[in-house]
Design a protein around this ligand. Sequence first.
Ligand code: ZN
Length: 291
Amino acid sequence: MAKKNKDEFEYQGRSAAKWKEHAQESAGNFDRFVRDGVNRFTPKEGNNRLRILPPYWKDAEDWAYNIFIHYGVGPDEQSYLCPKEMKDEECPVCEEQTRLNRAGETEDAKAMKASKRFGCWVIDRKAEDEGPQFWSMPFTIWREANISAEDEDGAIREFDHPTKGFDLLFKKEGTGLHTKYLGIKLATKKGPVSVDVEDQKQWLGYVKKNKVPDILKFYDANHIEAVFGGTKSSDDDEDLDDKPKGKKKKGKKKKGKKGKKGNGTERLAKSAKKGKKSKKKKKGNGEEIPF
Ligand SMILES: [Zn+2]
C-alpha cells in the first residue's frame, strides 16, 4: 500500500548551477552584449565594496577592457556593442548619429552615441557567494579608481593584484539618468582576493577561463539595423523597400534572408516592432546605465 504512493511526488532535482543559469538567461527577445549565463553586477544603492579581479586577456594594458555600448536601441531599448568602435565595422547606429549631426539634430545625435564603458570581473564583497560578476563599469568609476591607485607618495597601488590588492569603495545615489557615484576610493588595507584559498582558486580560475573579450557578444550590422529601424521581417518589408533612402532610415535594407548567423537573427521578428523609437531617452531594458 505504501509502495503504491512512492512515486507520486517524484521530483527530479536540478543542480544549483542550472537554477542560477536560468535566472540569468535573457528573455528570449532581448539581445545581451555578454553571453547568456554570465553573472552581471549592478551597483547597489548606498555603499558598495568590490574587489576587481585581474585581467587575464592577452597583452592587457589595463585592469578593465574598453567596450563601447549603444544603449536604448529600437523599440525594446536593447543594448549593443558598437561594431564600429570595437571592430572597425559598419554600425547602423553610428551612421544614424552622423546623419543626425549633419542635419543639425545634435541632441538626438548625442543620445545615440556609443557609451564608453570598462568591462571587468568583480567580487561584490556584500555578495561573495555570487562569485565573479561581470561589470561594464562607467567611466567615472574607472577614472577615479585609477586616480586613487596613486598614493600620496606617488607609488602605485595595484589594486587588482590577486594577493596584494585593495578593495574599491564607492557610494551610489539615485537611479537611471540621476545616478551618482560618490566617494570612489580604495580601501586602506591590502589583501588577497579571498582569505579562503579555495574560493580564491575557484574565482580566479573562472575569470581566467572567461576572459572579458571572450564573453562579449557582437551582433552584425544587419541585425542591429533591423532592431534599430524597427523593421519587422522580410515579409513585412514590401511597403518600405521602395521608399527613398533620405527620409529616415526605416527599412533601408531588405533583411531577413540571410539565414541564421549566431543566435541573434531569429529573434528579429520578435524584437523589432513597428516604428523607430530610438530617440527615447528613457532606458528601460533593465541594463544598468549610470553616467
Ligand atoms: Zn556604433
